[in-house]
Design a protein around this ligand. Structure first.
Ligand SMILES: Cc1cc2nc3c(=O)[nH]c(=O)nc-3n(C[C@H](O)[C@H](O)[C@H](O)COP(=O)(O)O)c2cc1C
Length: 355
């Protein structure tokens, strides 16, 4: 099918593809820059982004805030100023400080989910940074847009809808995901309708982007035909040379089979999707004793949590895959080889054109 470029504020992207932010350390400046250089929107994840800073263990917050700035600057330099985003989860401790650091570094858009980013427009006031909430349903979209309108007299610059097939944390009840009762197409139509009202009121375009299990050009075409402006894809970008993930994580995605993709509980208080491995097999059965708290997410209580999510994700970025929580989308098992970002983007473009 013929498709349009993706317009977000003053930026116009050749391909309607946003690369989903992936923490910890899976999407940093290397992956994000490669995606933006190939015509999409590259997005860093701000979750423990300073994991390899020398003072990360002793001075975690400062190490992370420094790394937010460092990686945004690196990505902007590597792309000659192309559009770069950062994903900051509302559930993160010190969310406001991370937003400020990203704004100071000149990030173009902040994408926020894992909670409702109700205060984000206020935090961005007076800056050029755009914002996009991530929602899992029309009710959340409606409440957010109404709140932005009443409290700040603004509308978001983009909306990401994340469906039940996504990787990472999922904004649905475990039983609804398991029973497969969620109608993502209907959610997409409803959110587009809601966003149209505010687009009209504020005389701006609000691109609606669909995420979760988007695998090929046919999937992209499907959502464009429903009226979406683009898609957000994450898992497919893990198995690329430019991805910041450890090679062991990339290989775990490439070698995974359908039965290896499972749902897990998380200290964030939402279900998640990950690869079956010794860690995810064990989780939930035996509670882990927390020796060090990284003070990462608000809903977690180190005294009662089933495991430390920072530690589990840090194992992943360090390549210690048996002890790691390996987040992935439901289609991870269909990824069978390592590629480059540009090859992947070109393949998706060709598939989309012939869809
Ligand atoms: C390894 C991994 C880490 C992720 N980390 C985050 C994160 O830190 N914040 C967030 O909002 N979403 C996160 N996600 C969700 C993605 O940004 C994306 O929306 C989703 O995975 C899309 O589905 P797909 O992977 O099937 O393409 C993560 C996903 C994966 C696979």
């Amino acid at each position: 099918m013929e498709f349009k470029s993706l317009k977000i504020g003053k930026f116009e992207l050749d391909l309607p593809i946003v690369q989903g932010g992936m923490g910890i350390g899976i999407s940093r400046s290397n992956l994000a820059a490669a995606v933006s250089n190939s015509g999409g929107l590259g997005v860093l994840s701000g979750a423990q982004i300073g994991h390899d800073e020398p003072d990360f263990e002793t001075n975690t917050l400062q190490a992370n805030l420094r790394a937010v700035k460092k990686h945004i600057k690196k990505a902007k330099e590597a792309t000659n100023g192309k559009m770069i985003g950062i994903n900051l989860m509302v559930a993160m401790e010190n969310y406001e400080e991370h937003v400020q650091a990203a704004v100071d570094a000149g990030v173009d858009i902040i994408i926020s989910g894992a909670g409702l980013p109700l205060t984000l427009p206020g935090l961005l006031k007076g800056s050029d940074t755009m914002f996009a909430p991530i929602v899992s349903g029309a009710r959340a979209a409606k409440a957010l847009l109404k709140n932005y309108d009443r409290k700040y007299q603004v509308a978001p610059d983009m909306i990401v809808i994340e469906g039940p097939k996504a990787g990472g944390h999922l904004g649905f009840k475990l039983e609804d995901i398991e029973k497969d009762t969620i109608d993502l197409d209907q959610i997409v139509k409803d959110v587009i309708e809601i966003s149209n009202d505010y687009a009209q009121k504020y005389q701006k375009e609000i691109p609606v982007i669909v995420a979760g299990g988007v695998f090929d050009g046919n999937d992209i075409a499907h959502y464009l035909k429903l009226g979406a402006s683009g898609v957000q894809m994450a898992t497919r970008f893990i198995a690329t040379e430019e991805c910041d993930a450890h090679i062991n994580f990339k290989n775990a995605i490439i070698n995974s089979k359908k039965e290896d993709i499972i749902l897990v509980k998380s200290p964030v208080g939402m279900p998640g999707r990950a690869i079956l491995n010794p860690f995810s097999q064990k989780y939930g059965i035996k509670r882990e004793k927390i020796r060090k708290c990284y003070n990462c997410v608000k809903p977690c209580n180190p005294a009662t949590t089933i495991y430390c999510i920072s530690k589990a994700l840090l194992h992943a970025v360090r390549g210690e895959v048996d002890e790691a929580l390996l987040f992935c989308g439901s289609n991870a098992y269909r990824v069978n080889e390592l590629t480059t970002v540009d090859d992947l983007m070109q393949t998706l473009k060709q598939e989309l054109l012939s869809a």
